[in-house]
Ligand binder design. Structure first.
Ligand SMILES: *Cc1c(COP(=O)(O)O)cnc(C)c1O
Length: 384
């Protein structure tokens, strides 16, 4: 351990009353890669040096050895347990991020001459819709672009085509700060595919309502490099066979996510985070915590409704990404600059929305939300 700085000596949760907390850490509102639980970081520090007493660090283990095979099996089991993933579903670890799935899903699931339906509710689902067109004439069953993606469409607004191979949705719109608080109604027998990259395992989920769920790990599940795919086995079997082997979901299902060297550190981290969720008491506990954290920030926006404006329609507000702005772009810039100086980091909104975005995923501490809300109060008082 001498080559490492012991985490316990330097790292406790960041605080917002100065420039940085102990160990130089600040409150990190990054949209992704984003904050990890303290306990997970400590464990990683140990395991990078010597994983489970094996004498070999986790980064250096062969993926074909017994030690790593157990690590991957544990990660898969933990992911299954957290989401109570039912029998008949595979949990796979792929690479290529959520963006890779924007191609792999249609490549596998849209048959020749077929098409799929998209619920276009934000930046990422616009990309899914556009990427999908490479594989067939895709249909936008709803599109909220004309309302700046500030809301989630009601079921009465959705117009499905006839016979789509699947319906694609994005459960949380990371950039616009809206979130589905219900599962959309889909035509009978049509699988629902969900990009859950920015809210997976932030609340209880009924996996049986979906055909396929995918998420890049770097927001709520760990670090970048691994993509988690939870998929119904019959869809894997039904998948296209006339595409390259490494693009077929069945290849990963057959070979336990290891047809080649997997992103083994990222998968290991997903396992740590999934086990951390279990140790917290599971998804119901996290959902309560996340709702409480988000309320601290939305209350601050609403308290100063003449000064701050939230982007999302109230009932569609995301509990993961809180988007808001001041009256002018100059004030937004000043806000971000002064917030950074106060140890509240990475609050600048995405260029397509502007303003501010506070990403407060599972691992983000409540104290950071309280510190930001206090800063918002002061900033509004000084500049109002
Ligand atoms: C971040 C994000 C993506 C992009 O993920 P990559 O892993 O970088 O490809 C896609 N969809 C959503 C909803 C996201 O939040």
């Amino acid at each position: 351990m001498t080559a490492l700085t012991p985490a316990s000596a330097t790292h406790t949760s960041a605080h917002g009353n100065g420039v940085a907390g102990p160990g130089g850490r600040v409150f990190n509102f990054s949209a992704g890669p984003s904050v990890l639980p303290d306990e997970v970081i400590r464990q990683i520090q140990e395991d990078v040096w010597n994983y489970k007493g094996s004498g070999v660090g986790i980064l250096e283990h062969s993926h074909r050895g017994r030690v790593y095979e157990a690590c991957l099996a544990d990660a898969e089991a933990a992911v299954r347990k957290v989401g109570t993933v039912p029998a008949g579903y595979k949990v796979l670890f792929l690479t290529g991020g959520a963006t890779g799935q924007s191609h792999l899903v249609p490549a596998n699931l849209v048959p020749k001459g077929g098409h799929a339906d998209f619920l276009v509710t934000g930046y990422w689902s616009e990309k899914n819709f556009e990427d999908g067109k490479f594989y067939g004439p895709m249909h936008a069953a709803a599109n909220t672009a004309d309302r700046k993606h500030a809301l989630i469409p009601g079921d009465d607004e959705i117009r499905y085509s006839s016979g789509p191979a699947y319906v694609h949705m994005t459960s949380n719109n990371t950039i616009y700060g809206t979130q589905w608080h219900r599962t959309p109604r889909v035509p009978a027998g049509v699988p629902l595919v969900c990009d859950a990259s920015s809210d997976i395992y932030s609340r209880p989920i009924d996996v049986s309502q979906y055909g396929l769920i995918y998420a890049g790990a770097q927001k709520n599940l760990g670090t970048t490099g691994a993509t988690v795919v939870i998929v119904r086995e019959d869809l894997v079997e039904r998948g296209s066979k006339d595409i390259p082997r490494m693009q077929q979901l069945r290849t990963f299902a057959k070979e336990s996510s290891m047809p080649n060297t997997p992103p083994h550190f990222a998968i290991y981290t997903v396992g740590l985070v999934a086990n951390w969720i279990l140790a917290q008491g599971g998804l119901a506990v996290l959902a309560q915590r996340n709702a409480d954290k988000a309320k601290v920030l939305y209350d601050a926006i609403d308290r100063h409704s003449g000064f701050y404006q939230g982007h999302a329609r109230r009932e569609d507000r995301s509990l993961m990404n809180v988007t808001f702005r001041c009256r002018t772009a100059e004030l937004d810039e000043k806000f971000c600059k002064e917030a950074t100086a106060a140890g509240l980091d990475t609050l600048k909104g995405h260029r397509s929305v502007g303003g501010m975005r506070a990403s407060i995923y599972n691992a983000f501490p409540r104290a950071g939300c309280v510190a930001l809300a206090q800063f918002m109060d002061e900033f509004a008082r000084r500049n109002g």
